[in-house]
Design a protein around this ligand. Structure first.
Ligand SMILES: [Mn+2]
Length: 372
């Protein structure tokens, strides 16, 4: 038995994947490519897109990085600015008409807020999330055993597909820095990193721009986000080891102020589960964080908020975090911001009380105190 049969997921498989990607891209030089990022682009997606673009460049393929939703965190904006990441924001189908091939990184389905041109062909998918269904494309590399898509791209480089050499100057260093930051953030500063993630980081580190890495790593937050954290602390309701706080309206671009506040509050030593929510555009948007093993965020969300008319849950999550989005619907027509917030707060508290019954008692006591 040859070694390649013994280790199907080892080095040989990695080499084969890199070769296959090279082949698929090299055979698609007739039309320009678009690397379309989903959601609010995060460091893993940005780093992977930069790496994909670099591979395209080496193979003589023209490619453009595009995103639909804005960059929403200060650190992501800093990453793009400090590393000069070339990205365009697209809004409508026509903006994508010049492209013939689509590359997805860090996602296996394209961004749902834009309708793709009919003739745009999905060519490559590289991701580390479990897909709802396996995408159909000439090249698909989806691995659940790595913490970041950036790890997979670092591996392609290491296997000889557009390898980093240090002679590529600023390009090499920008790409390495973005990939490294992608691995770092997606693995919660390496605490969730797999051996492959550590290996990728070790490969990338010598090419990184250390100054830029530490500047981005400071994770600056916007004034609005910091204000939201302040409100969440003032508004915090603590019921034993559970805490809940509403932060009012947050602009879409600073939507991440909500999970940022939740992460911060979870650090309070007498709290092990926290829910922070606010109003973002036409919806109520919330984030749950927990450090207690017995709390299942997805179940918490489902029990509190239920499902929409189509039976889809308003919220979901993984083992230690979750989120929910509920369209404001008719509430959104409320002209007075103060009254709207009052309604939102009541709705969320009433729903959460289904899961945390003592919240109801606490709110009733407070209501009695107020009315006395
Ligand atoms: Mn990722």
């Amino acid at each position: 038995m040859s070694e390649s049969q013994v280790v199907p997921n080892g080095k040989h498989a990695a080499v084969a994947k890199a070769r296959k990607l090279e082949q698929v891209l090299s055979e698609a030089t007739d039309k320009p490519h678009v690397i379309l990022l989903g959601g609010h682009p995060d460091p893993d997606a940005i780093g992977s897109a930069l790496a994909h673009r670099r591979i395209c460049e080496r193979l003589g393929v023209s490619s453009t990085i595009a995103h639909v939703l804005p960059l929403s965190r200060g650190e992501n904006r800093a990453l793009v600015k400090l590393l000069n990441v070339p990205m365009i924001q697209v809004e409508k189908t026509e903006d994508l008409e010049e492209f013939g091939y689509l590359a997805l990184v860090d996602a296996s389905q394209h961004e749902s807020t834009i309708v793709l041109p009919d003739d745009l062909q999905l060519l490559t998918v590289v991701d580390h999330h479990r897909p709802k269904s396996i995408p159909k494309a000439p090249f698909v590399d989806i691995r659940h055993d790595v913490g970041a898509t950036a790890t997979i791209y670092a591996e392609y480089f290491e296997q000889g597909l557009a390898p980093l050499s240090g002679e590529g100057g600023a390009d090499d260093s920008a790409c390495a820095t973005a990939l490294f930051f992608g691995v770092q953030t997606d693995t919660d500063d390496f605490s969730l990193a797999s051996p492959q993630d550590f290996r990728a980081a070790a490969y990338l580190k010598p090419f990184c721009d250390t100054d830029t890495l530490s500047r981005i790593g400071r994770r600056s937050i916007s004034a609005e986000a910091m204000e939201a954290v302040g409100i969440s602390l003032r508004e915090l309701q603590v019921i034993r080891d559970f805490a809940i706080a509403g932060v009012g309206r947050v602009s879409a671009i600073n939507r991440d102020a909500i999970p940022t506040a939740a992460d911060f509050i979870l650090r309070r030593e007498d709290i092990d589960t926290v829910l922070v929510y606010g109003v973002v555009e036409g919806r109520i948007d919330g984030s749950l964080r927990t450090s207690r093993a017995s709390v299942d965020p997805a179940l918490f969300m489902q029990n509190a908020f239920g499902t929409d008319h189509d039976g889809r849950p308003y919220g979901g999550g993984r083992s230690d975090m979750g989120g929910f989005q509920i369209p404001l619907g008719l509430l959104g027509e409320c002209q007075d911001e103060g009254s709207l917030w009052k309604l939102v707060k009541e709705l969320v508290e009433r729903r959460v009380a289904r899961v945390v019954p003592d919240l109801e008692k606490k709110l009733q006591q407070e209501g009695r105190m107020k009315s006395e």
